[in-house]
Design a protein around this ligand. Structure first.
Ligand SMILES: Nc1ncnc2c1ncn2[C@@H]1O[C@H](COP(=O)(O)OP(=O)(O)OP(=O)(O)O)[C@@H](O)[C@H]1O
Length: 396
C-alpha cells in the first residue's frame, strides 16, 4: 500500500520511490495507511524533503540559495499552496533537497510558480542575480549598436563562441507538472515555428526518439546536443518521459540550433568556431525576432522571460567562449577575477563539468536586471579582460 501511494503521487520518479521506502518516520507512515489519502503521501514526501534540507548528509556541503531563503515560516506558509497548473512547493524544491549540494536548489514548477511561490523565489532571484529590486527592463537586443571586432583575431585563444537564450510557451507548465501529452504538443508547436525559418536559419528537426545512440553521443561531444546526465535537472523532473518530446533543430552548418524540451521548453542557440561574437549574436537575434512572430513566450513584468531555473530569468542570455587560459585558471584568485567582471567559468562539457587542457567556458553571469545588449557587453568586456590577463601571465 505504501509503495502504491508513492507510485501514484510520484509517477516516474525513482528518487521519491526510494526515499519513501527509506522513510523511517513511523508516525507519518501510520497516517498514510490509516488515512488512505494521497494528500498525506504528498505531505509526507514534502516533509521528508524539508527534513533532508535541514539535516543534510554529513558528507554533502549544503550552502544553497534554497537553504538560505526557505525559512521555516515561509515553508509553513507555502507548503499547501498550488498553482493553476497544479504545481506545488514540493515540485519547486525537490531537486535542491535531494541534491543538498546545489548552488541554487529551487526551480519554478511552472510560470505561475513565480507568483504563488514568490516569497521564496523572489529572495533567491535577488540573491542569485545580485539585484535589490525585481525591475527587469524591457528587452533591448541593441543589434544596431553591436559592432564588436573579433575577440581573438589571431585565433590562438578562443576555440568557439556561443550565445543562447531560453524561452517558455506561456500556456504550459515546467517539467515537474508536464504530462507526456503536453511535451508532445509543445514539441509540435515549437517545430512548426522552427520550420518557417528561412535562408541561413533554415534547418531540420531531429527528434531524440529514434536517434541512434552514436549520433546522440557525437552531437553531444561536439557541444551541439544535450543529454540526460544532470542529476540536479533529473531530480527536478527534467527527464520525465525521456526522450519523448525532446529533439534538436539545426541548420546544415550547425550555426543556429534549437533545443526542444530540454530544461526549458525552448533554447535557441547560435554558435561557431572562433571569436566573432558579433556574427554569433546577430544571428541569434534574427532568429528570435522571427520566432516571436509565430510563438508567444512566457514573460512577466519585472522578471523578463520566464525559465524553469530562476538563474536563467530575465534576458535568459548566456554568451560564452571556449577559451584556452591555462595560466589564469591556475592562479588562486581566478574565481575572484571572474567575479570582478561578472563572468563565470565552467568546464567545456557544460555546467558541473571540468576543464580539459586548460580550456574553459567563460560566460556572462548576470541575466536579470540588465538588457540583452548590456549582458552581451558584460561578457565581451569580461572575455577581453581574461585575454589580457592570460597574455600578461604568459609574458606576451
Ligand atoms: N562557447 C562555446 N563553444 C562551444 N560549445 C559551447 C560553448 N559554450 C557552451 N558550449 C556547449 O554547450 C553545451 C551546453 O552547455 P551548458 O549546459 O553549460 O550551458 P547552457 O546550454 O547555456 O545551459 P545551462 O546554463 O542551463 O546549463 C555543452 O556541450 C557546452 O560544451
Amino acid at each position: 500500500m505504501y509503495a502504491r501511494y508513492s507510485r501514484e503521487v510520484d509517477k516516474n520518479r525513482e528518487t521519491a520511490k526510494t526515499s519513501i521506502q527509506e522513510e523511517d518516520g513511523a508516525a507519518s507512515q501510520q497516517a498514510i495507511v490509516n488515512g488512505d489519502d494521497l494528500k498525506a503521501a504528498v505531505d509526507q514526501e514534502l516533509m521528508r524533503l524539508w527534513n533532508r534540507l535541514q539535516n543534510p548528509p554529513p558528507e554533502m556541503h549544503c550552502n544553497s540559495l534554497l537553504k538560505r531563503h526557505l525559512t521555516q515560516e515561509l515553508f509553513d506558509d507555502l507548503k499547501h499552496k498550488k498553482t493553476r497548473f497544479g504545481g506545488t512547493l514540493k515540485d519547486c524544491i525537490r531537486s535542491g533537497c535531494e541534491n543538498v549540494d546545489s548552488g541554487v536548489g529551487i526551480y519554478a514548477c511552472d510560470p505561475d510558480g513565480y507568483t504563488v511561490f514568490a516569497p521564496v523565489l523572489d529572495a533567491v532571484i535577488k540573491d542569485y542575480h545580485k539585484v535589490d529590486k525585481l525591475n527587469h527592463p524591457e528587452p533591448d537586443f541593441g543589434e544596431e549598436k553591436v559592432d564588436f571586432p573579433n575577440l581573438d583575431p589571431s585565433g590562438e585563444m578562443i576555440v568557439s563562441t556561443r550565445v543562447r537564450v531560453g524561452r517558455s510557451h506561456d500556456s504550459y507548465g515546467f517539467p515537474p507538472v508536464l504530462s507526456k501529452e503536453d511535451r508532445i504538443d509543445m514539441e509540435k508547436k515549437t517545430v512548426e515555428a522552427l520550420k518557417t525559418l528561412k535562408d541561413d536559419l533554415k534547418g531540420t528537426y531531429y527528434p531524440l526518439e529514434g536517434m541512434s545512440k552514436e549520433d546522440q553521443k557525437k552531437l553531444t561531444e561536439d557541444h551541439f546536443l544535450f543529454n540526460d546526465s544532470d542529476r540536479f535537472l533529473r531530480a527536478a523532473g527534467g527527464y520525465d518521459d525521456w526522450p519523448t518530446g525532446r529533439g534538436i533543430f539545426h541548420t546544415d552548418d550547425k550555426k543556429f540550433l534549437a533545443w526542444v524540451n530540454e530544461e526549458d521548453h525552448m533554447r535557441f542557440i547560435s554558435m561557431q568556431m572562433g571569436g566573432d561574437l558579433k556574427e554569433v549574436y546577430k544571428r541569434l537575434v534574427k532568429a528570435i525576432r522571427e520566432l516571436e512572430k509565430k510563438l508567444t513566450f512566457a514573460k512577466r513584468d519585472g522578471l523578463g522571460y520566464l525559465t524553469f531555473c530562476p538563474s536563467n530569468l530575465g534576458t535568459t542570455l548566456r554568451a560564452s567562449v571556449h577559451i584556452k587560459i591555462p595560466k589564469l585558471a591556475a592562479t588562486p584568485d581566478f574565481k575572484a577575477f571572474c567575479d570582478k567582471y561578472n563572468i563565470q567559468a565552467r568546464g567545456i562539457h557544460g555546467e558541473h563539468t571540468e576543464s580539459v587542457g586548460g580550456v574553459y567556458d567563460i560566460s556572462n553571469k548576470r541575466r536579470l536586471g540588465l538588457t540583452e545588449y548590456e549582458a552581451i557587453l558584460e561578457m565581451k568586456n569580461g572575455v577581453e579582460a581574461v585575454i589580457k590577463k592570460e597574455k600578461e601571465l604568459s609574458g606576451k
